[in-house]
Design a protein around this ligand. Sequence first.
Ligand code: IPE
Ligand code: IPE
Ligand code: MG
Length: 246
Amino acid sequence: MDLKETLQSKGLPKHIAIIMDGNGRWAKQQGMLRAFGHENGTKSVKQTVEACAELGVENLTLYAFSTENWNRPKLEVQTLMKLLVSSLKKEIKTLQENNIKLAAIGNLSSLPKKVFKELHEVIEQTSANTRMTLTLALSYGSREELLNTVKEISIKVKNNIISAEKIDESIINEHLYTRNLPDVDLLIRTSGEQRISNFLLWQIAYAELYFTSVLWPDFTKQHLYEAIIEYQKRERRFGKTSEQLS
Ligand code: IPE
Ligand code: IPE
Ligand code: MG
């Protein structure tokens, strides 16, 4: 059995989420500007998307820009937005060829018009694809998402569409940006930081966390396989005892 088959035989995560971190430090190590790190980070995105699709991972969610990232220097924000538009333009073909559907979560209306437009075009053009859903978290913050959810549900309660007593976890799930996605099984963060940075707080309630010191532009298919191998060694007990599982 080759590595791919071995990974598949042991049960793949249905949903992998990645906090792609370390572009700036990677660039600095080479004596380059941060933008150079972001540009090289797109290569790792491509590798990861391809690896997940090849393996048969059904959902991949990438943290590309947080609500907090708006506080970065204006020029860096502009660079990231430009890079997003050019990557979308460039990769639409790859998405189509590989039958990958693009989705986005976050406060999308706060994105520059050009980004919003390009994003929606690619989402629309790939909407019938079925092999994998690639979700980009853009201008995404988990607290903002939860706030939004509370507001939407409150309005429905006020208008007698939902009764307050009937609010349960599934109703909350249905109002999150991630309403079409299953819970996260494996959360990966690169660059050695061990924090969540306002990413998918509700959705990672039972995710396996995997931290690696590899900086995002150095992240390859091999690193993804390593993360999945580690995931497959873990026993996901969901509150039960080990004996109950076997
Ligand atoms: C991740 O790399 C990319 C984004 C957050 C947009 P960083 O830009 O955070 O890189 P470091 O953490 O400064 O090295
Ligand atoms: C998290 O990375 C956000 C993204 C990867 C898009 P940051 O680099 O912004 O996180 P902090 O600020 O170090 O926690
Ligand atoms: Mg960072």
